[in-house]
Design a binder for this molecule. Sequence first.
Ligand code: HEC
Length: 192
Amino acid sequence: MKKAWLPLALTLAFNLNPAAAADDDLAKFQDDSRKIVKELATQLGGKLQSELKANGPASTIKVCKDIAPAMLSEMSRKTGQRITRVSQKVRNPLLGTPDAWEQKVLADFEKRLEKEKPGMLEFAEVVSEPQGKYLRFMKAIPVQGACLDCHGGSDALDPSVKETLKAEYPHDKATGYTLDQIRGAFSFKKAL
Ligand code: HEC
């Protein structure tokens, strides 16, 4: 009788219950990911503005094209996970195409957009995949004024931008956006 209590006591003391442990991991992961998004968004926003002021819209393309993927790649290496930007309407299909889970979450964000602000949309879950369990998190990226130069409707695009986009992304789907839609989402995936 006495012995039967031991496993329970241990479970309570050391949180050996796998479900509870995963919940704790998920909460911490979500919190850490939010901080990373904030840092990335602030840095990218700043770089977009300063580059636009200094060298004009066509030259600003490199911020979204080179600097953003480089920052995500560095952050992925540093934190031992995969951090990407995904979208339902991609400009770069190699980096931006969502997997099945990401497609589902993006579709859900579009529905939630009817009642929630784009900047508030996020979702976290522990997902079992053939390779194992993963912590996954997505946070929507709202369309802001600064994005319309390159992701807005045809009349919002500077001719120099239009020309560059047409040459470099002949299959571009990432235009025609308006304020407060979502451009896509930051997506985090970490092995549990
Ligand atoms: C000066 C042009 C320019 C501006 C301004 C710009 N982008 Fe982009 N954006 C691009 C280009 C070019 C790509 C393709 C990047 C690549 O090749 O991986 C891109 C890709 C993206 C992607 C990755 C998904 C995809 O479609 O390939 C996201 C997300 C994104 N932009 C969000 C934004 C947001 C949010 C803003 C405003 C804060 C913004 N962009 C402003 C040019 C721009």
